[in-house]
Design a protein around this ligand. Structure first.
Ligand code: GLN
Length: 268
């Protein structure tokens, strides 16, 4: 089959077809557009067909291609981690805005997953000392590989929240923890259902991880240091309440590009 036949009979939308073709052929969009007569080899066609079948069942495209762009950087992605979301870029923006001082700020990213937040901070704030944790060994292995890919030295620690960080403090702590409640209908969405439950579901209320992080963070913040967390778009008021209750000042919420309350924070 030729590229042009495949594009004409495509089973997915144009964008997804293009992403999968790029991955299968190892060609850029421009090269694909310039070669409509190119025949797909049998193995290429088979790989493409299997991608399409998996995509139709809802499997995220990032798990098929093994990649996702976040903060203008390409990250390796596996089914061991959440697929980076565009709204999480806000967490990076807010952290970068709070790491201009001191000269070499210590930054902690809790539950780093693919490492995308920690690595985006490290790339854009080279003088920062960035530490990232995850409870999952598979996630940490992937995050380490992503740090190598982007040439940054991030310290990775296998830890359940702050458990392995006793006595350490940071100028900025960021986290995109699991914050979905058990049984939330969102979890049944085709693509979300392929993602690790451990990265999505916090417990019966959805606030369990946020509560633990916010209660324990003040002990790990340097003077004037910030805690910044992502949360569900209907969780902001309660998260601000938790931040105030933990004794943090300057409590704020920022909206994501969709206009939803997505990230909140406060400082000691
Ligand atoms: N925002 C994610 C979603 O849409 C949830 C991420 C999380 O729980 N940290 O599924």
């Amino acid at each position: 089959m030729r590229i042009k036949d495949l594009l004409r009979r495509r089973a997915l939308d144009a964008l997804e077809t293009r992403i999968l073709l790029r991955a299968v052929l190892g060609m850029t969009d421009a090269q694909i557009a310039a070669a409509p007569e190119r025949e797909l080899s049998a193995p290429e066609l088979e790989r493409y067909g299997s991608f399409v079948r998996r995509r139709i069942t809802g499997e995220p495209i990032a798990y098929l291609t093994g990649e996702r762009e976040f903060y203008s950087l390409v990250f390796g992605i596996t089914a061991a981690v959440l697929v980076p979301r565009p709204e999480t870029e806000l967490l990076v923006d807010l952290a970068l805005a709070r790491t201009q001082r001191p000269e070499a700020p210590a930054v902690l990213d809790l539950a780093t997953g693919s490492g995308c937040v920690a690595i985006a901070i490290a790339v854009n704030r080279p003088q920062a000392r960035v530490t990232a944790t995850d409870a999952s060994a598979a996630a940490l292995a992937l995050a380490r590989a992503n740090a190598v890919r982007h040439g940054v030295a991030v310290e990775f620690v296998r830890s359940d929240w702050f458990d392995e960080l006793a006595g350490r403090s940071f100028h900025v702590i960021v986290a995109n923890p699991p914050y979905v409640a058990q049984g939330d209908p969102h979890l049944a969405r085709a693509d979300v259902s392929f993602e690790p439950t451990s990265a999505l579901v916090a417990g019966p209320t959805g606030y369990e991880c946020l509560e633990r992080i916010i209660a324990r963070a003040p002990r790990h913040l340097a003077a004037g240091g910030w805690l910044i967390v992502e949360h569900g778009c209907d969780q902001a008021a309660r998260v601000r309440g938790l931040l105030v209750q933990a004794g943090l000042a300057g409590v704020f919420t920022e909206r994501d590009l969709a206009g939803l309350e997505r990230v909140s924070g406060g400082r000691v």
